[in-house]
Design a protein around this ligand. Structure first.
Ligand SMILES: [Zn+2]
Length: 491
């Protein structure tokens, strides 16, 4: 079907060649982008959720497209890089947190556990309150984070959470997480109001088969914590985090009616275009192809998220294959982004190419519509960390200039300001927009995200291919190509 459609378009483009400067391989570029987006978001692919036939079909389609555009496999003789994912389905969870044999919080009423739950839980542990503010700068005198090993930690913000967390406070909390507590519950104001009590429902969880066991993480109603420890109105302004451990232990118990697990054989799809001068320095282009799939009988097509980014990279790679840059350019299309950056994390854990070869990673996610669908953003694209990675930022500016696009930072728009962070946090992946560039940043590889920002159909069944602007995608595809050439020369 794909080859037939592209063959048809080739004829159309040749007929219009005199008028169209934006043909690649004899086809109007915007038409190729549209075909890729329409195919990936079609009902045949059923929303490309991991572990479904739609995801496998999408991977096959993308391998075919990489071959079409003359990218060669990145590793060995296949475009597929295996990603082993475990799926666990937990049904009928119930449980409570109790002190002195009395329940103080009940799962689904004033307690949730969203992280690390893979089976029944029985924990008897010391409970420690960690109360902090955005401007916390130290631990109390004599406190050793290792003391929290095996504890149930309650983390509570004592100031309004709208203030972004300072770097120092973030680093201190990171130290606590590294001390291997048994569970971390975040005290959340009015959790009781937010909970939709559905403990009997089943929950599906995914993690990499290689992942270490994760500590339990969840939320507890702040009112419960105030009852035990007293309200947080006595925050000292010395900058020290308040840390208090109760004398008696607490018990966290969660039982499940059923636990089902299965192994999913997912793949990242990866190709490369060798450089004209060197294969030593490389540039990596990434986008995730998975989406949310079919939820309760409704398909989430994921046209913008992220068939758009995949199409943009295929366009850029096609031009680079026709006229290679000085350096090698790799493209990896990730699986499992929607369930916790699984494909990108797996790639970074076992890279087929040494990560130190990469001078830049450009991750493209949800770029087919202007921010909030507002016309004033039709020519704008948001880029993360461009002020922190100057070489990449400059190269993107060259591409933007030549394509009539405008690069914005998240803090240029108040609604997206929470996605911005200090350079320290962005460089290390501890802050910034949660997307597939994060595992690279954590591994010390310079990486940026290009995204259109959010719109009303984000993660909705209405994220369909007819709402995308294909001229915008074509310009973005050229922006990425030009940025790659610019980075290749600047190496
Ligand atoms: Zn998404």
């Amino acid at each position: 079907m794909k080859l037939h459609r592209i063959a048809m378009m080739r004829r159309v483009c040749l007929a219009q060649m005199a008028a169209i400067s934006l043909c690649i391989g004899g086809i109007a570029a915007a038409d190729i982008l549209r075909t890729d987006v329409e195919t990936l978001s079609s009902t045949a692919f059923a929303g490309r959720s991991i572990g479904t036939p739609g995801s496998a079909q999408a991977a096959e389609y993308l391998a075919g497209r990489l071959e079409d555009v003359r990218a060669v496999p990145l590793a060995g003789n296949t475009y597929f890089l295996p990603v082993a994912i475990n799926e666990v389905v937990l049904s009928g969870a119930s449980g409570s947190l109790s002190a002195d044999g009395q329940p103080i919080a009940e799962l689904g009423r004033d307690l949730t556990v969203s992280q690390g739950l893979v089976g029944p839980v029985e924990i008897e542990a010391a409970v420690t309150l960690v109360r902090y503010t955005a401007t916390s700068t130290s631990f109390p005198e004599g406190f050793d984070p290792e003391d929290l090993n095996g504890h149930l930690v309650i983390a509570q913000r004592a100031d309004p959470p709208s203030t972004p967390l300072g770097d120092r406070a973030g680093a201190l909390l990171g130290t606590l997480a590294a001390s291997r507590p048994a569970a971390v519950l975040t005290a959340t104001p009015d959790l009781r109001d937010l909970l939709d009590v559905e403990t009997g429902a089943s929950v599906r969880k995914y993690r990499l088969a290689t992942a270490a066991d994760q500590a339990l993480g969840g939320r507890i109603d702040a009112g419960v914590i105030d009852d035990i420890f007293g309200a947080a109105d006595t925050v000292n302004d010395s900058g020290a985090i308040e840390i208090r451990t109760l004398e008696s232990t607490v018990r966290l118990e969660i039982s499940l009616d059923e636990v089902q697990s299965r192994a999913l054989d997912e793949v990242n799809v990866a190709g490369t275009v060798p450089g004209s001068e060197t294969q030593e320095t490389r540039i990596l282009l990434t986008a995730h192809y998975d989406h949310l799939g079919n939820i309760d009988g409704t398909i989430f097509p994921g046209a913008d998220d992220n068939a758009s980014g995949v199409a943009v990279l295929l366009g850029a790679i096609q031009r680079l294959a026709e006229n290679p840059a000085e350096v090698a350019v790799d493209v990896v299309l990730f699986t499992g982004e929607e369930h916790g950056l699984l494909g990108s994390t797996a790639f970074v854990e076992a890279p087929p190419i040494s990560l130190s070869s990469y001078s830049a990673v450009i991750n493209v996610d949800a770029v087919g519509r202007p921010f909030a669908d507002q016309a004033e953003f039709a020519d704008s694209i948001f880029a993360s960390a461009v002020e922190c990675f100057r070489a990449i930022g400059n190269a993107l500016e060259v591409g933007a200039h030549e394509t009539g696009l405008r690069i914005l930072r998240f803090d240029d728009v108040p609604a997206l300001a929470p996605l911005s962070a200090s350079c320290e946090a962005q460089r290390t992946g501890t802050g910034g927009a949660p997307a597939d560039q994060i595992p690279f940043l954590t591994a010390g590889v310079p990486a940026v995200l290009l995204t259109g920002g959010l719109h009303a159909d984000y993660h909705q069944p209405g994220d369909t291919s007819d709402k995308l602007d294909y001229d915008r995608l074509d310009r973005l595809s050229r922006l990425v190509e030009i940025a790659v050439r610019s980075l290749a020369v600047a190496r």
